[in-house]
Design a binder for this molecule. Structure first.
Ligand SMILES: Cc1cc2nc3c(=O)[nH]c(=O)nc-3n(C[C@H](O)[C@H](O)[C@H](O)COP(=O)(O)OP(=O)(O)OC[C@H]3O[C@@H](n4cnc5c(N)ncnc54)[C@H](O)[C@@H]3O)c2cc1C
Length: 336
């Protein structure tokens, strides 16, 4: 039926790639979401669809500026019930926005919010999910995406065969694109459930760079001998504007708080630069940091396994090297 009007009508409708935009409690859009929008926009370009974004709750940024990364429209749901992150409430809303906008691909960042939301949204939409994608889909024959498996030690190429597809993109796996236009911001009016969670107390760290968002991370391990020696690690981190991290035994021994523990059983990070001081590089540690773009290892043992994963290595005593490194960076930056 080459001239059937119904066929023509469907050809005119553009489906959307819907990107979930995550923000901090202070209403600042996370870098990971800028990556997710850029990625979603590229998929839309590939599939001939339109990239749209969904934002939940109060934001202190100009949402129209998300058009810079390729979003054409931003659906904004505002409600006091969204002041607290409840993945059940939020996933229901995202699924609702997806259904009403005819989204066929929904993109999340594979950060902590995305890990909680993407599977729930996939279940609601009866969609296939690829969690931890690190490439654009290959749409030449089906819909295939590459993702990390076995704690980043291998890749798998996964096919999604459902009509609706949910993808969570690994942090730092896609470069942020700029230069798009301005997005149209439209309020999305709906009822919002009250959160089922009740927060009985919270402590905020202030003035510190959040580990999962940090571009540079300075991390230290048992080679530092004890908590009293962390001053030099902190000074290096402050000089670089970096977040602090540590190996698990360091947190287990209460030398450092557990929210700094990175690795298989800790936080998984992917900064641009990861500096590991006095850390051996056990497989469980590497599992959480091996997606970092550049890894610098400082260790006195030339046989330390971490050197195999390092882009740059310094063999030597951290107690001599770290202060010298800090001084050199301060000099370079013209800092006192
Ligand atoms: C199920 C399971 C899950 C785990 N999950 C995690 C995890 O999530 N994260 C994690 O980190 N670990 C994890 N571990 C522990 C992991 O196996 C290692 O034991 C741990 O990472 C080692 O920590 P480390 O490198 O700080 O200490 P060590 O292995 O003791 O290494 C210290 C390093 O410091 C170097 N060093 C010593 N003195 C100096 C000096 N003066 N200057 C420079 N270098 C020096 C040494 O050469 C050595 O390489 C897990 C283990 C298991 C079994």
């Amino acid at each position: 039926m080459p001239h059937c009007p119904i066929v023509k009508f469907f050809k005119l409708i553009k489906m959307s790639v819907l990107i979930f935009v995550d923000h901090t409690d202070e209403g600042h859009i996370k870098k990971a979401s800028h990556e997710a929008i850029s990625y979603g926009a590229k998929i839309a370009e590939q599939t001939g669809d339109v990239a749209e974004a969904v934002v939940l709750g109060k934001v202190n940024e100009d949402l129209a500026a998300l058009g810079q990364h390729g979003a054409k429209k931003v659906h904004h749901v505002q409600h006091d019930n969204l002041n607290l992150f409840d993945s059940q409430v939020q996933s229901k809303l995202i699924a609702q926005v997806a259904e009403q906008t005819g989204a066929k691909i929904i993109v999340f960042s594979n950060n902590s919010s995305g890990k909680a939301l993407a599977p729930r949204v996939a279940v609601r939409l009866k969609a296939g999910l690829v969690a931890g994608a690190n490439s654009l889909p290959d749409t030449s024959n089906g819909f295939k995406i590459r993702k990390n498996v076995f704690s980043g030690k291998a890749f798998a190429t996964v096919s999604i065969n459902t009509d609706i597809k949910v993808i969570s993109l690994n942090v730092n796996a896609f470069t942020i694109t700029e230069g798009g236009g301005t997005a149209e911001v439209v309020p999305f009016n709906t009822t919002v459930d009250a959160p089922k969670l009740k927060v009985t107390g919270s402590t905020k760290t202030s003035g510190k760079v959040a580990l999962t968002e940090a571009d540079v991370v300075v991390s230290a391990g048992r080679g530092m001998k004890g908590p009293e020696n962390w001053g030099m690690v902190e000074e290096l981190a402050d000089t670089l504007g970096a977040a602090l991290a540590c190996s698990r035994p360091v947190a287990d021994a209460h030398w450092r708080p557990h929210n700094e523990h990175v690795g298989q059983t800790g936080i998984a990070i992917a900064p641009n630069l990861y500096i590991a001081i006095g850390i051996s590089g056990a497989i469980q540690h590497l599992a959480g940091v091996n997606r970092s773009k550049h890894i610098v290892v400082i260790n006195k043992d030339p046989e330390a396994p971490f050197f195999k994963a390092a882009d740059y290595g310094i063999v030597g005593d951290a107690f001599e090297i770290v202060p010298k490194l800090t001084q050199a960076i301060k000099k370079m930056k013209g800092m006192p």
